[in-house]
Design a protein around this ligand. Sequence first.
Ligand SMILES: *Cc1c(COP(=O)(O)O)cnc(C)c1O
Length: 224
Amino acid sequence: MDYDVKSHLHEVLDTLPQGVRLVAISKYHPNEYIEAAYEEGQRVFGESHEQELRQKHQSLPQDIEWHFIGHLQTNKVKYIAPYVTMIEAVDSLKLLREINKQAEKCGRRIKVLLELHIAEEATKYGLTLDACRELLAAGEWREMQHVQICGLMMMASFVNDEAQIRQEMQTARDFFDEVKAQYFADDDAFCERSWGMSDDYPIALQTGSTMIRVGTKIFGPRVY
Ligand SMILES: *Cc1c(COP(=O)(O)O)cnc(C)c1O
């Protein structure tokens, strides 16, 4: 292995305040890199492609908690529903319904996050704040026994402007507080704020992230 995963992993872990978890984003990286992090105690990994995740889940230790972090097509939900721990990027009611349906078939309750679209890039997925408000106000999610909405996820704009990144994350933070108070005040499970990647996780830690998703800084550049 030509990349020192272990020391880079610890560099990230050493900066995490109590209560913040690391999701090690292992997409496009080989099993041996994941195993190196696993040997250091890392158990939560994130992937963004169904087939790649399936292969890794089959060949790696079964106590790994897999988070699906990418855009998920509804027709792929059935493949990951039996084993995925959390689906982080729920960006439509349709997807939420499908997760609920497939989780029911497996006799599971799957943790999910609602993905917010706050960044300026038109390419990013996610619910606008108003779309998220509408989804929650409509209330259908309350009847879904097989999904547990655990919080919010977002990606900041891919820019060098720290002030802009901070502002987007703060917007997500304020929105979390809004919906927490309005819909989840009595629900301790609704507690996760998933933001922060290799380049911006220090800002994420200052804006109340509880879950950072870091890939490149731990595993090196991805080879596509
Ligand atoms: C790839 C990816 C990450 C990790 O990005 P790095 O810059 O490699 O840390 C985090 N979140 C999502 C949604 C991703 O797709």
